[in-house]
Design a binder for this molecule. Structure first.
Ligand code: BG6
Length: 469
């Protein structure tokens, strides 16, 4: 008898080719139709760039934007629901009818166009009222409020939504607590508060995984995790250990808790070494054991190479792992914002995730290339983005051939949107939106060259991609 492998040779026919956005980065209408103010709204008001009051006005361009998605041939669309559009204060007695209606329209339009909605429940935009009421995620009450919000979404939209994402990039929220609006009267207390909030976010998700399985047995649910490929610059054991620590503490931690149902030992050690004690309750353990994710959403953009340097202390890693600096690999394409284009890094990352959680279904929830771009005669010829997409999709197929169970690819972003830190200067979209940081212009949409390239990818199930370019 001959051994026959059952590994796939290519993208499966039902592969979900999608695209991705998040509410505050595209919707605008920040104070319209009863929506409450969010932490993201306040944060953007303080930035030197534009704020979220208009963003790219997706709220008022819904029909047009979904027509563009349908013409592109999207099979899935990953977007987030704004908590404060449903519950303006985060925990109101009743949902806000106009907010509910907006997402009903959005989801119905997607379904009419045979586009699978992939819904993020919480993407960086905590209702500000929850910060004012009890300092947001630092308080156990936030677990209940998130649970109730998620339950409401399951009841409202669960008949049409099969894929749910609980929290976007929790590890970033834990490492940059201001993203969650957390206030500390004493700055020294910030790490303690931030880790407590991290714990409550883990707990809230565990409860919501379980709830989703109870209420919507056919639906699938998982976290949207930030995971970059982390490589040591030097190849001493010391460097490799440090690189592994970074990978664990920034990337794997959210996956480990979601799939194994407990705080991993490397994190417990970190808490102990930093004298951080968490408030836990007996019942929590059962919630963690019974609430597990069905798949992993991965936000993967690039590879980072880290070099040991006692003096270095990049802001995002502060308090977690200091003493490393990021080093650029000049042999590959790098964007202005220190993103490298390293497609093999994606294949390697997928293999590592699959090694740790064999055969876990993976949805690439974000992957994209930022550029400063200008409209020239109504066109944007974004050749670097095409190269990025081509080569990452090529390597994605290699990962599938390796046996990694990737079921969907949702590049960031469907259309130009407000970047978290760089406003409209840093564009990721397949569709150009004609506005800049200072002038909202007419907000007209123009498909870029990458839109037409990706359209062909979808139409041919990536048969047009047969080499790296
Ligand atoms: C991810 C976020 O971290 O990266 C997105 O989920 C974000 O919301 C994206 O926009 C790119 O980062 P930035 O800072 O360029 O917007």
């Amino acid at each position: 008898m001959k051994y026959q492998t059952n590994l796939l040779k290519d993208f499966p026919n039902n592969f979900l080719w999608g695209a991705s956005t998040s509410a505050f980065q595209v919707e605008g209408a920040a104070k319209e139709d009863g929506k409450g103010i969010t932490v993201a709204d306040l944060r953007s008001q303080k930035s030197k760039y534009l704020d979220t009051s208009i963003s790219v006005d997706h709220y008022h361009h819904l029909v047009e934007d979904i027509k563009l998605m349908a013409d592109l041939g999207l099979k899935s669309y990953r977007f987030s629901i704004s908590w404060a559009r449903i519950f303006p204060h985060g925990n109101d007695d009743k949902p806000n009818k106009k907010g509910v209606a907006f997402y009903n329209r959005l989801i119905n339009l997607l379904i009419e166009n045979k586009i699978e909605p992939i819904v993020t429940i919480f993407h960086f935009d905590l209702p500000q009222a929850l910060v004012e009421q009890y300092n947001g995620w630092t308080n156990r009450k936030c677990v209940d409020d998130y649970y109730n919000y998620a339950k409401t979404l399951f009841e409202l939209y669960g008949d049409r939504v099969n894929y749910w994402l609980t929290i976007n990039e929790q590890s970033l929220l834990a490492n940059v607590p201001t993203m969650n609006g957390i206030k500390a009267s004493n700055p020294e207390n910030l790490r303690q508060l931030s880790e407590q909030s991290n714990y409550y976010m883990f707990l809230a998700q565990a409860k919501v995984y379980r709830l989703c399985h109870q209420l919507l047995p056919k639906a699938k649910i998982g976290p949207a995790v930030s995971y970059m490929t982390t490589l040591p610059y030097d190849h001493t054991s010391l460097d490799i250990l440090k690189s592994k620590q970074l990978e664990d503490m920034i990337g794997f931690i959210d996956m480990d808790v979601a799939l194994r149902g407990e705080l991993p030992s490397y994190y417990q050690r970190y808490l102990r070494d930093n004298q951080i004690t968490l408030n836990v309750e007996l019942q929590d353990q059962e919630d963690f054991i019974k609430g597990r994710a069905d798949f992993l959403g991965l936000n993967w953009y690039s590879t980072s190479i880290f070099k040991l340097n006692d003096q270095a202390n990049p802001k995002m890693l502060k308090g977690i792992i200091s003493g490393v600096e990021k080093v650029r690999d000049n042999r590959i394409m790098n964007s202005e914002w220190d993103f490298s284009c390293d497609p093999q890094g994606l294949r390697y990352a997928l293999q590592r995730v699959n090694d740790r959680f064999p055969n876990i279904p993976i949805i690439i929830t974000e992957c994209g290339w930022p550029e400063k771009e200008e409209l020239i005669n109504g066109e944007v010829n974004d050749v670097n983005r095409i190269k990025y997409l081509n080569n990452h999709i090529y390597q994605l197929r290699e990962a599938i051939k390796d046996g990694v169970n990737v079921i969907s690819f949702n590049p960031w972003s469907f259309l130009d949107l407000i970047s978290v830190n760089d406003g409209m200067d840093k564009r990721y979209g397949l569709v150009y939106v004609d506005r800049d940081n200072y002038d909202k212009k007419e907000l007209k949409r123009y498909p870029k060259s990458s839109y037409y390239f990706y359209q062909k990818v979808i139409n041919t199930n990536a048969n047009n991609i047969n080499k790296m370019i």
